[in-house]
Design a protein around this ligand. Sequence first.
Ligand SMILES: [Ca+2]
Ligand SMILES: [Ca+2]
Length: 197
Amino acid sequence: MRARVRLPLVLTLCAASFACGPTVPSYASSLFEGDDETWTVTGNGDVERPSFQATGGNQNGNICATDALAGDIFYFVAPAKYLGNVSVVYGKRLTFDLKTSSQFMLIKGRDVVLNGGGLALIQNFRDVPGRDWSPRSFTLDDQSGWLVDSATSTGEPASEEQLRTVLRNLTAIRLRGEFVDGPGDTTCLDNVYFGTP
Ligand SMILES: [Ca+2]
Ligand SMILES: [Ca+2]
């Protein structure tokens, strides 16, 4: 009898989360289907953890943060499983979905930041994320618009060797969460895939 009870429960969970469907291959991923998966927030005053939301994601769970103070620009920061020697992701993609609460008083910033090997590589979005889920995709190679960020030069294209240097000892992945001047704007993140074809 127990098996007959359990089977419909499993089917229900699969239907709710799509966890039993085909999975996207990647080096690391975060779908936020149960918690915040130890992502953190930086540049937002005392708020150092995102808010896990069980619904409203680009399927189910997602993480959000609301700008707590004027001044700094806040970022979502990937957990340790994305870091270290991730050379295998060269030539593959970083993809994720963002949505943000407002399209007014927009501010520019570094939208994706990879740190490693003494370098910071950045990407700038062509468009601010919308109020609906907006997919983002960046190929991790020297043909895809990565720029070397530094105190003395901003915007030099990153070479293959610079990409590979960062990916050999990746110490941080930061995704910009703040696009609106002044406090109170909210941005949410879902479906992060790192090293996906
Ligand atoms: Ca999700
Ligand atoms: Ca803001």
